[in-house]
Design a protein around this ligand. Sequence first.
Ligand SMILES: Cc1cc2nc3c(=O)[nH]c(=O)nc-3n(C[C@H](O)[C@H](O)[C@H](O)COP(=O)(O)OP(=O)(O)OC[C@H]3O[C@@H](n4cnc5c(N)ncnc54)[C@H](O)[C@@H]3O)c2cc1C
Length: 587
Amino acid sequence: MVEYGSVDVPFAEQLLSVRRGAALKEDSLLDADVIIVGAGLAGLTAAHELTSRGRRVALVDQENAANLGGQAFWSFGGIFLVDSPEQRRMGVKDSLDLAWHDWLGSAQFDREPDEDSWAVRWARAYVEFAAGEKRSWLTGHGLSFLPTVGWAERGDLRADGHGNSVPRFHITWGTGTGVVEPFVRYARQAAAGGLLTFHHRHRVDELIVTDGTAVGVRGKVLAADDSGRGFPSNREETADFELTAQAVILTTGGIGADHDLVRRYWPERLGSAPKHMVTGVPAYVDGRMLEISERAGARLVNRDRMWHYTEGLHNWDPIWPGHGIRILPGPSSMWFDALGRRLPAPYLPGYDTLGTLRHLRTTPDIAEYDHSWFVLTQKIIEKEFALSGSEQNPDITAKDRKAFLRERVLGKGAPGPVDAFLQNGADFVVAHGLSVLVEKMNALTDKPLLDADVLRRQIEARDRQVANPYSKDAQVQGIRNSRRYLGDRLGRTATPHRLLDPAAGPLIGVKLHVLTRKSLGGIQTDLESRVLGADGAVIPGLYAAGELAGFGGGGVHGYNALEGTFLGGCLFSGRAAGRAAARSTAG
Ligand SMILES: Cc1cc2nc3c(=O)[nH]c(=O)nc-3n(C[C@H](O)[C@H](O)[C@H](O)COP(=O)(O)OP(=O)(O)OC[C@H]3O[C@@H](n4cnc5c(N)ncnc54)[C@H](O)[C@@H]3O)c2cc1C
């Protein structure tokens, strides 16, 4: 590796010209067999595939060693699996065929043959992976899953539309920390064995492409920074650097921390982007690599496809700037828009993330407001609220099965982190009567937009629907449906009750914000994670995986995700990149 201050550029140029001539022939002059940019889950997975095949890897990341694992460390560790033993034990009948139809109904691919041409192939390969080898491959790396399977994205109420027909969200013991742990361990072992070199605090600003082939990267060495994991770090540049290798794998993640980028690519079909959003990812998820790779010839596709949540909260104890936490809601909270009107079906808690976002952003008289509301009872929050993120689920993160049972199945009261939000969160209000609750909700907005009588009429109408085991109200039907699934009845769906029944505990109002999270589009790649250029041809030596590549192919999800598919997409596409780069760099 060359590191040089700006005064030494001529020397660097000289050395580079020597390398240009020799790079592909003289391996000893190269810094590694393969450079991986991005030490998140996709990069670490690729690194493991390479080092386990004896390849020398340079692992480059702009953050410090404390951040190994990237976003995945912070994740809930939810993994999409199809027809698993966990599902079968819960009485769920799933199959590759059902999952594939759900995927197609959600993805709604409509850009073939063009931006979706590789995405569709990736989708099929990924669903087959999820229904086949994925679970045994993960358990082979030491991962294990909670016995109950979650039911995320229940969908838009159409059999052939968006959504999971059955529960498929398998939470990893250890949450995201449990997912990244083996891959971090492998990287450290490879470093100790001399096969992998960490280049922390190295920010890549340019890809080196010689005669159409990717041969290295250039960038800035950033000043040392001992900030803890997830905290923003300094951007002080101390030197230039360059690295050369036979191949380069890009795994730098999405765009969620850069709200300007999110707004620039916000699609018209989702109305206008909110003025205020909370941020669901650390600051290093900055999306810069997309344009850097485009300048090097990579084709970017489906940039208007994104996955942002409508149930975001301001974190009362933030780690990264604008830190937002997503509620993973059960089905019973009532959802109101900024003017206090109940959201229509299918825009119910836990059903249709982007449909709800579209409703909130395109309905003319509410689109100017950036928030919506949940109204619920103490009884609902205790049973149904979960918060996404490893740090919000200490029992599962610590793999503490007893604490999990105590807190979530047998215990009284909300889980500790949920209760902490109830006590300290700026978006929560609690009251024993609806009038006082609405007063408190109105105090959280610039103008008092809610009328207690309007809310009361809607809540009373809903409450009349819970007296029978059947109902004409779509949400109440959904609650009953949910309780027919053992996993939800045990831990995720409160017994149907009247919201205005004082026995259900105080009423709770929660102000919800749009939370930026995932990019669904990105660099277009073929099934070996090889980067394609504007003409559709492979750029030799260049690979991309993880969120940067739309989790495979430039957009494996199409327009909508079934959830738990992002970590798996990083593992699957990172694995493909590592294997293909290992083949291409074989002796
Ligand atoms: C709170 C939270 C909960 C989540 N829960 C789930 C879940 O339950 N299930 C699920 O499937 N998904 C979940 N996700 C999504 C999932 O974690 C991410 O999509 C995935 O981890 C992205 O991994 P990646 O390797 O592609 O990129 P990242 O993890 O973003 O890693 C990219 C790395 O590249 C580095 N980098 C960027 N640019 C440069 C540059 N120019 N030079 C050098 N280095 C650079 C960054 O510093 C970073 O370390 C969650 C995410 C979050 C934040």
